[in-house]
Write a protein that binds this ligand. Structure first.
Ligand code: FE
Ligand code: FE
Ligand code: ZN
Length: 294
């Protein structure tokens, strides 16, 4: 069975995120180890982490998925900017190593005119150096929509980075359903065909997490605008097939949909769990309508 969760705010600490996760019926979650736009991290609270660790064990959570700030550009060709990114990543990973079981998800970055090959080489160089410090938290490269000079829009591009890293055992991939569709992979019509492609190019054994988002835009639009499940171009039948897919079991599935409140995620998680248990789209929707309004 997949694990389900969404992005939670770290502003009240680690244990508070665990409690929020329980409130929405989640058994994984994502968070920014620091402000998504960068900025300083608060000092580490060991007791808070201990309490979260106990909660995760008691409730049989799956792996958590931390998200690196969006502004990190591992593909940059500017040595000073690259040094800052490396330093920040090391600080993030040092912190994440205190958590029991967490991935560090990061956008590969944008090559801003250097070309895909040079961009991939820069990304691999950054990851290589960061990993040489001996952190144990695995790194996930996210599939991207291919907006502008963004890397990671094609599976071949992610594989180029992995290949330059000698297929390091600590580096995997996170599949974002909105991003892959926007990048031109028609998951809504042919999920298994796209998974076959990912398997041939990268290897499904490298797929360690999924971002579950509907898309505001049609396949191949290169836009990256997330939508609530069922309100976008992917549709509920797609999300039903996603959570039922035998090749995607045991993975953390993280919602990054534009809900304004936790209750919205609670409903989406309940719906995904109903799909997993075989409910049709109509049955899952009816079940949600029976639930008391929050
Ligand atoms: Fe992301
Ligand atoms: Fe994502
Ligand atoms: Zn996105």
């Amino acid at each position: 069975m997949p694990y389900y969760g969404c992005h939670l705010s770290i502003s009240k600490g680690f244990e508070a995120m665990g409690k929020d996760a329980l409130f929405i019926g989640a058994d994984t979650f994502a968070f920014f180890p620091r402000n998504p736009r960068g900025g300083q991290m608060r000092p580490l609270d060991g007791l808070d982490i201990q309490r979260l660790t106990g909660l995760l064990q008691d409730h049989e959570f799956g792996p958590l998925v931390a998200h690196a700030p969006y502004i990190y550009n591992m593909a940059t060709g500017d040595p000073e900017a690259s040094a800052v990114v490396r330093q920040r990543m090391k600080e993030d990973l040092e912190r994440l190593d205190h958590l029991p079981y967490v991935y560090y998800n990061i956008h590969p970055g944008a090559h801003v005119g250097q070309g895909q090959d040079q961009g991939a080489a820069n990304v691999a160089g950054v990851i290589q150096e960061v990993l040489s410090e001996g952190f144990r938290t695995p790194i996930l490269l996210e599939t991207m929509a291919g907006k502008g000079t963004e890397l990671g829009g094609q599976f071949e591009n992610l594989d180029a980075i992995l290949s330059k890293l000698g297929y390091h055992s600590q580096v995997g991939v996170c599949l974002d359903t909105c991003h892959v569709s926007d990048a031109g992979y028609d998951v809504a019509q042919d999920l298994d065909g796209v998974l076959d492609q990912l398997d041939q190019v990268v290897g499904l054994d490298r797929l360690w997490a999924v971002h579950v988002n509907d898309s505001k835009n049609p396949v191949g639009s290169h836009k990256d605008r997330h939508e609530l499940l069922g309100d976008g171009t992917l549709g509920l039948d797609f999300f039903r097939s996603l959570v039922q897919n035998p090749r995607l079991q045991d993975l953390p599935m993280i919602l990054e949909t534009p809900n304004k409140k936790l209750e919205g995620y609670k409903r989406e998680i309940a719906m995904l769990r109903a799909f997993e248990q075989g409910a049709t789209v109509q049955e899952a929707q009816a079940r949600l309508e029976d639930e008391p309004a929050q």
